[in-house]
Structure formats: structure tokens, C-alpha cells
Design a protein around this ligand. Structure first.
Ligand code: HOZ
Length: 430
């Protein structure tokens, strides 16, 4: 593959954009080589500026669940644009969007739209603090909740990929208010809560982690946190920015029988446009301004174009739950195929998977938390990534991310993927 145009664009980009990218993971620093610049996409395929085609397993980190340039979503955007792109005033679509979200997430009684997952998580903890009158939060090592100050402590995703899990620029005061525990370790959380009695406003987690790679929760862990939060008057927040409307029509809440107090959303709810949301119990959400005193606002919140795209996406998913059966079966075939190849080649790697999310970890040990995720051989991952890319397979350029499958992936794509996988493993082991 020739990447001359991407190369030239990257050189140009680095002169005007920090690191040449608008989000760090995209720079490919963790996998070596230089980023490819995407020119267009359709269905399962991305095309770069040199017109190379790639089968996409990132899908914009989740949102393109129906594949790229999905016609009904594009049509809804085109229709909305004809009535202007922003009003900064309430619209009917915002109510329809809120009603649609609540109908799909039965645990949610009220919702506020924002512009990104980061905004949603920042607002959710502010509301939790306002509601409880307490200041500290507990997050989990390797979980990533966007780039808000409070969350850049032991953070996953790009933060760990780039080697800054505790980012400079976060004040000591903020850091002191963020307590961290290992994922899936209820006893550790119990002791943190006991040592900080009466000071914890919220516990926030990814109910299925995407940001240290895909890591599954122990159900007893999720349930135990619910009991703990009830006992101690702590707001239990599920960050479903990645899992919301991806794991089921009700996200992780449709799979695990646990009810959070607040949920944060993003990605899929915008149909590929920049949208986030947070919502939950009415009693808590009534604290948000102007209903209550906790301030949170945004000129572009509930933007009419984003609402049209998001509403079209959610309505489609609600009416077509078979989407989930399909992408789950595609993912299962990929995982099964990879495992068969590992057996054939006599190599042992861990694959974590649920629904249409999965990660191949370059370790033979089980991955259940950040500590075990970090046992992966990231140098090997980098080699694997580059081999897959050269064979036209676009994966997340970091070991600490999940992959996402869309409905556009066919049997033929699976065959191509598995062949590339086998070739890549042969490449890196010779
Ligand atoms: N941190 C995002 C995924 N966990 C990546 C965002 C991006 O680079 O687009």
C-alpha cells in the first residue's frame, strides 16, 4: 500500500495541530508508523487519501453500528440542514429524542443532552456532588470517562496508550478528590469507602470496559456496588458512552440486572455526530439547572442536526433489535475463527468479547482489570496492528481499546479478516 498523501498530510498537520491529530490515539504512536488520513467511508469500508480501502473495525469508536454513510441517517441530516444548523433555542426534536432515550432505557426518568461523552461524565459527577453535598468520587483503574480533570487519574484509553494515565495539568486538589480502585474488586471499594466515610459523592464505572481493551464485569461486582451505594448514600453512575445502544437496545443495562442512579451516553446516540447525554433518577436530575441549582449549559446542546441523526439511529435500533443478534453473531464468528487459528499456530492469547465488542490481548493470562490488561505485549501488538493495516484491516491503534463490529460486516469480510489475522501472527512470530 502506498501512503504518500497521508504522509504529506501528516507533515502538514503537525505544523498546525498538536501531534498532527485532534485526538491522541489517532497519531499511531503506540503502534509505530504514521496515521493514515481518511477521505471517505461507506458501509464496512474506509478509504484513505491515497485511495486504499480498509475494512473498518473501529467504526468511529462505536457509533457507526449500521456501517458508514447509512442512507436513512444521511437523509435525516440533509432534511434537517434545510431548516438551519443551530438555533440555541428549544425544539420539538429534543423532546422526541429524550422520549426515545427514556423508552429504551427504562431505568432513566429524565435526560439532558450535551455535545460529547466527556461533557456527559463531567456533568454527571457535578450533579452527583450537588445532590449529595459530598466531594470525592471513586473511579476504576483503566476506566476512561473522557478527558475531564477528575477522570485523568489512572485513566485508560489514549491516556494510558500515550503514557499519561495521570495527566499533568490536573491540580492536586482535583486529584485528591478522585479515589481509584481495581476493576472487579468489590472488597477494595468497600475499604476505600470505609476509609472515606461520608465523603463519597459518586462511584463511576464502565459497566463493560472498552477503554483498557474490552473487559467484562463480574455481575456480583456490579450488584455489590449497587448495595454499597444504597447503604452509603452514594450516586452509582454507569458510563455507557461506549456500551449504550451497542450491547443491546438498552445498552449494558439490558444485559446486567443492576439499576444505576445515573447513566452517561454518547457515540451511538448521535448517529456519528457529536452528541452526549446524561440522565437517570428524576430526584437527582431535578438538581440540574434551571430545575435546580447545579449549573450545566451549552449553546449547541440538543443541536437540531445532531438530534435528527441520533433520533433516526435510535428509532431504527429500537425497531430492529435483530441488529444486535446479527452483530453479536458476526463477532462470535470472528472470535471463534481467531481461537481456531491460535490453536493451529500453537500460540496462546486472550480474547475478551461481549456482544459486538472484542479485544485480542497479547497475553495468555485472563484480563479482568487494568493490572492484567497491562501484562499484554504492546510491542507485539504494534507489529500485529501494522501487519493487519497493510492487509486492509483497520483496527484500533492501541492495545487498550475495544473493537466494534457493524452490520456492514459480511461473511466475506470475516474470511478476509481471519486470513489477515493468521498472516499477521505468522509475520510477527517469524
Ligand atoms: N479515546 C477514544 C476511544 N476510547 C478515541 C477517540 C479518537 O481518537 O477519536
Amino acid at each position: 500500500m502506498i501512503h504518500n498523501t497521508s504522509k504529506a498530510l501528516f507533515e502538514r498537520a503537525q505544523k498546525v495541530i498538536p501531534g498532527g491529530v485532534n485526538s491522541p490515539v489517532r497519531a499511531f504512536r503506540a503502534v509505530g508508523g504514521e496515521p493514515i488520513f481518511i477521505q471517505r467511508a461507506i458501509g464496512a469500508y474506509l478509504f484513505d487519501e491515497d485511495d486504499n480501502a480498509y475494512i473498518d473495525f473501529i467504526n468511529s469508536w462505536g457509533p457507526m453500528i449500521l456501517g458508514h454513510a447509512y442512507e436513512p441517517i444521511e437523509a435525516s441530516i440533509v432534511a434537517a440542514v434545510q431548516h438551519s444548523t443551530s438555533f440555541g433555542a428549544p425544539t420539538r426534536k429534543e423532546i422526541e429524542m429524550a422520549e426515545c432515550i427514556l423508552s429504551m432505557l427504562p431505568n432513566m426518568e429524565m435526560v439532558r443532552m450535551v455535545n460529547s461523552g466527556t461533557e456527559a461524565t463531567m456533568a454527571a459527577i457535578r450533579v452527583a456532588r450537588g445532590y449529595t453535598g459530598k466531594e470525592k468520587i471513586i473511579k476504576f483503574e483503566g476506566c476512561y470517562h473522557g478527558h475531564g480533570d477528575s477522570f485523568l487519574i489512572a485513566a485508560g484509553s489514549g491516556a494510558v496508550t500515550m503514557g499519561f494515565p495521570d495527566s499533568p495539568g490536573v491540580t492536586q486538589g482535583v486529584a485528591n478528590d478522585t479515589l481509584t480502585a481495581p476493576y472487579n474488586d468489590l472488597a477494595a471499594v468497600e475499604s476505600i469507602v470505609a476509609a472515606n466515610k461520608g465523603t463519597i459523592a459518586a462511584i463511576i464505572l464502565e459497566p463493560v470496559v472498552g477503554n483498557m481493551g474490552c473487559v467484562l464485569p463480574d455481575i456480583e461486582f456490579l450488584k455489590g456496588l449497587r448495595t454499597l451505594c444504597d447503604r452509603e448514600g452514594i450516586v452509582y453512575i454507569w458510563d455507557e458512552v461506549m456500551t449504550g445502544f451497542r450491547l443491546s437496545t438498552s445498552g449494558a443495562q439490558g444485559i446486567y440486572p443492576v439499576v444505576p442512579d445515573l447513566t452517561t451516553l454518547g457515540k451511538i446516540i448521535g448517529g456519528g455526530l457529536p452528541v452526549g447525554a446524561y440522565g437517570g433518577k428524576k430526584e437527582i436530575m431535578q438538581c440540574v439547572a434551571p430545575a435546580g441549582p447545579v449549573y450545566q449549559a451549552g449553546t449547541l446542546s440538543g443541536n437540531p442536526i445532531a438530534m435528527s441523526a441520533g433520533l433516526t439511529m435510535l428509532t431504527y435500533l429500537k425497531q430492529h433489535p435483530e441488529v444486535y443478534t446479527r452483530i453479536q453473531s458476526t463477532t462470535a464468528s470472528i472470535v471463534k475463527g481467531m481461537e481456531a487459528i491460535h490453536q493451529k499456530l500453537g500460540v496462546s492469547y486472550t480474547i475478551n468479547s461481549i456482544g459486538s465488542m472484542y479485544t485480542l490481548f497479547f497475553t495468555s493470562e485472563p484480563v479482568t482489570n487494568f493490572e492484567s490488561a497491562k501484562k499484554s505485549d504492546t510491542v507485539l501488538f504494534g507489529k500485529y496492528f501494522r501487519s493487519m493495516l497493510s492487509q486492509g484491516i483497520y483496527l484500533a491503534p492501541s492495545q487498550y481499546e475495544s473493537l466494534f463490529v457493524s452490520t456492514a460486516i459480511t461473511e466475506e469480510h470475516i474470511t478476509q479478516y481471519l486470513q489477515a489475522h493468521e498472516n499477521a501472527l505468522n509475520d510477527i512470530h517469524t
